[in-house]
Every structure is written in C-alpha cells, then in structure tokens.
Design a protein around this ligand. Structure first.
Ligand code: ZN
Ligand code: ZN
Length: 272
C-alpha cells in the first residue's frame, strides 16, 4: 500500500509537468496531417492517426498476413490465393533460388503506407519513424520471436546518399528495438543491432523503372563486409523499408552468406 503511494507521489509531479508541456506544445505547434495539412487532434497512441487526419486515413493500413509465400513474402490475392488462406511457395520461388531464407513485413505496400513511406524517406517526415518502428517491432515479435536471431542489420546507405538524406531510414526503423525489448521482458535481448558489419561501397542510381535483371546488375559489388566481423555461423536479420523485387536484400544476403553467415532473413516495413 505504502509502495503504491510512494510510486504515485513520485510519478505525479512528473505527469503534471508532462501534460502541461504537451498541452503547451499542441497550442503553439498544432499538429497537421502530413498529407493534406489539416489540423488534427492527436491522441499520442503512437499510430498513424497521430500523423494523418480522418479523411486521409479512412481505414487502418493493410497488415502483412497470410496467405503469402513463406520464402519471399509474396502476398497472394484474388484467384491466386488458396481458399483456406494457407501459405505456399510462389511460382518464382519454386523455380529460382535466393540467398534469403524468408521475408516478412509489417504492412502490405498499399494505400496510406504507400504514401507514408516516401514522406518518411524522401521528405524527412521523421515523426513517422516512431510509429513505423512500433509496427515493425510487433512484426519482429510476431514472426521472429522463435528464430534465434543473432544480429539485426539495417540495409546501409552509401555515404554520399547518407549525406544527402541525413539519416538511414532502415536504421531509424530499429533504433529503439533494444529499449522496447527491455521494457517488455525486463532483460537484454540475445540479439544485437549491427551497423558496422555491412557497408555500401557503390553509389547506385535509383532502381525505379529497372527490371529485376537490371536491378541485380546495378547492385553488383554494392556491399562490403567489415574485415573483423564475427558473423560466421550466425543467423542474421536484414531490415529495410520496402521489399519490391528484393534485389537489394538478396545481394546483401549473398555477401553475408559468403562471409560465413549461417542464415539471412529479411524484415521490412512493407512488402510490395
Ligand atoms: Zn489529411
Ligand atoms: Zn516466393
């Protein structure tokens, strides 16, 4: 009883100050919808409703869910979806090999997600990072909790692109993963975030409009592995914002396997 009172009295002044500051912030800097600039009331639920108005976000974004290809994460729909919704290999994975063990995502690359990711990536709407990171952590927990992952590696940017953009969007998506894990489980995770092993040494032109073969050629020699890496025999998880043809992740996975990694999985914010 006394413990509860003690905790409450300690928290209380802090909460009052926090609420006051939030109210002040809302008054001076009212939040605007990232798409139409309409003023919005935010409930700080760390969801997309904190970033978009009701008109621009009429329904929740589509989650990445079955039926999908367990290898490349291709989403089946319409006549290609099995009636019972079971996951099954897609035609491409039945005929081609890949360096990636499995691809999973938080969302389908559709609707508001398709509009929000470029706002985050190219227009530096970094308020989206916190929301996206939450969604990605849920997907990580849902799909990889039992996968004995040793390291999580964001797909790196070339230093020239990093200078232009100012941030690596893939890193922002996992920046607080450790903190989140500790707050849920009260202990350190067994995996680590690794931004040193994989570097990008080739500045590649935008891949939009390229077919899969052109994308693969464009990415040849794009990545390098740090000399003193300890990834031999380890299970790695690559993180990127969007997975379209998978050429970038596949090339990164290829060099990681060549450097001795045991397995490379991929987690992305959205699967196209
Ligand atoms: Zn709007
Ligand atoms: Zn597939």
């Amino acid at each position: 009883m006394f413990q509860i009172f003690k905790d409450y009295s300690r928290e209380y002044p802090f909460l009052v100050i926090k609420r006051f500051l939030l109210a002040f912030q809302a008054l001076v800097f009212p939040c605007q919808c990232l798409k139409c600039r309409a003023y919005i009331d935010i409930d700080r639920s760390i969801s997309l409703s904190d970033c978009f108005c009701n008109q621009c976000l009429p329904w929740e974004p589509l989650l990445f869910k079955s039926p999908f290809c367990p290898r490349c994460g291709h989403l089946f729909e319409g006549t290609f979806a099995l009636e019972n919704g079971e996951n099954h290999l897609c035609q491409a994975c039945l005929t081609n090999s890949s360096s990636i063990n499995q691809v999973r995502a938080a969302f389908q690359y559709q609707g508001i997600i398709r509009e929000a990711i470029p706002l985050f990536k190219y227009q530096s709407k970094l308020c989206l990072a916190r929301v996206f990171e939450n969604n990605l952590f849920d997907a990580f927990e849902g799909f990889f909790a039992d996968s004995s992952i040793d390291r999580i590696l964001p797909i790196p940017l070339h230093k020239k692109k990093m200078k232009q953009r100012g941030f690596n969007q893939s890193f922002l998506l996992i920046r607080n993963f450790k903190k989140k894990y500790r707050s849920i489980y009260g202990q350190k995770p067994s995996w680590q975030i690794d931004t040193a092993t994989l570097t990008r040494i080739k500045f590649t032109s935008p891949q939009t409009g390229f077919d899969i073969k052109q994308r693969k050629n464009n990415l040849k020699g794009a990545f390098r592995i740090a000399k003193k890496t300890k990834i031999a025999g380890q299970n790695l998880l690559l993180v990127d914002d969007v997975y379209t043809t998978g050429a970038t992740c596949d090339e990164a996975a290829r060099v990681l396997l060549k450097a001795g990694a045991n397995r490379v999985d991929v987690l992305v914010l959205a699967r196209a």
